[in-house]
Design a protein around this ligand. Structure first.
Ligand code: PDD
Length: 287
């Protein structure tokens, strides 16, 4: 059965969905996106994703296509039309299609932003074998632009990073700038040393992960110690544990960095506990 996707006000079968070749997302990567997880047919942290979308749009002076209430309704409609139980909803807003190629932004009164959304069914988000196995990562230079806090669709370097990891027989890459870990290619990076969770502080150097925020909130409520500061690659390699967070990964342990084991080289108890708390709490508040 073909997926039903949403394109600028219409629900259509995926093979009939169309956007213009002049769309600025296509020509200039002039667009932002969000990925919201669906578990048991319900949305995890929808309002966090909607708030970050508003911020990304604001930072790029892009007109919001719809308000959060309307977006929520489309998310729910897509879940229902596609019978989605476990998976993701991808949402992308671009600065529209002005009808030609031009570096200058088009007048938003004449060129409305474009909104595309689709579902991805992923039945192994909760029962992810990587939670028991742990991830192997390599480190690579972070050569992305300086506004990583805006969730833009410029994902060429993160894609290249995933390919570099794959070629090295690993799962993912951690990005390093001036000796300090910024984040993973598509997730936030964290380490644990002497019981303290250490995670890079928020700035324009990293994406302000919605999962990161929730996990840190749950960790603090569980009386775990959290330090928000930059950490070096060397500290990560010498940590007791390392883990990543993202909407689709939740919390996943990292057991190897650049071929060297982290801690015991097996998934650690802090990451396992955070994954459990995160899933419990998120399922309770899913909408
Ligand atoms: N990626 N950092 C980067 C660079 C990311 O691309 C993501 C998300 C995160 C984690 O953010 P959140 O917890 O809000 O998902 C951090 C999504 C899942 C993706 O591109 O598919």
């Amino acid at each position: 059965m073909s997926r039903i996707v949403y394109v600028n006000g219409q629900y259509v079968p995926e093979d009939q969905a169309m956007v213009s070749i002049f769309d600025r997302g296509f020509l200039m990567a002039d667009g932002v996106y969000e990925v919201t997880t669906v578990l048991g047919g319900k949305l995890i942290d929808f309002h966090g994703h909607a708030a970050r979308l508003t911020r990304s749009l604001g930072e790029l002076e892009m007109a919001p296509p719809l308000n959060a209430e309307n977006l929520l309704q489309i998310h729910r409609e897509l879940v229902s039309r596609n019978g989605l139980d476990e998976g993701l909803i991808y949402l992308q807003v671009t600065r529209g299609a002005p009808g030609d190629r031009d570096f200058s932004f088009p007048d938003p009164a004449k060129t409305p932003s474009s909104l595309v959304m689709f579902t991805q069914s992923l039945p192994y988000l909760i029962d992810n074998p990587a939670a028991k196995r742990g991830l192997k990562v390599i480190s690579i230079d972070d050569i992305r632009w300086g506004r990583r806090d805006i969730k833009t669709v410029q994902l060429l370097y993160p894609s290249m990073g995933k390919m570099m990891a794959k070629k090295a027989g690993c799962d993912d890459a951690w990005l390093v700038e001036d000796g300090l870990v910024t984040e993973g290619t598509s997730n936030n990076a964290h380490i644990v040393k002497d019981g303290v969770i250490i995670t890079r502080h928020l700035s324009s150097d990293i994406l302000h992960g919605i999962t990161r925020a929730a996990v840190l909130r749950f960790a603090r409520s569980a009386q775990m110690k959290v330090e928000e500061r930059a950490f070096t690659l060397e500290e990560a390699k010498a940590a007791d544990e390392a883990f990543i967070t993202s909407a689709s990964a939740f919390v996943l342990p990292v057991v190897e960095i650049d071929g060297a084991p982290v801690g015991t080289g097996t998934p650690g108890p802090v990451a396992a506990k955070l994954r459990e708390i995160y899933l419990d709490e998120s399922l309770k508040t899913a909408i």
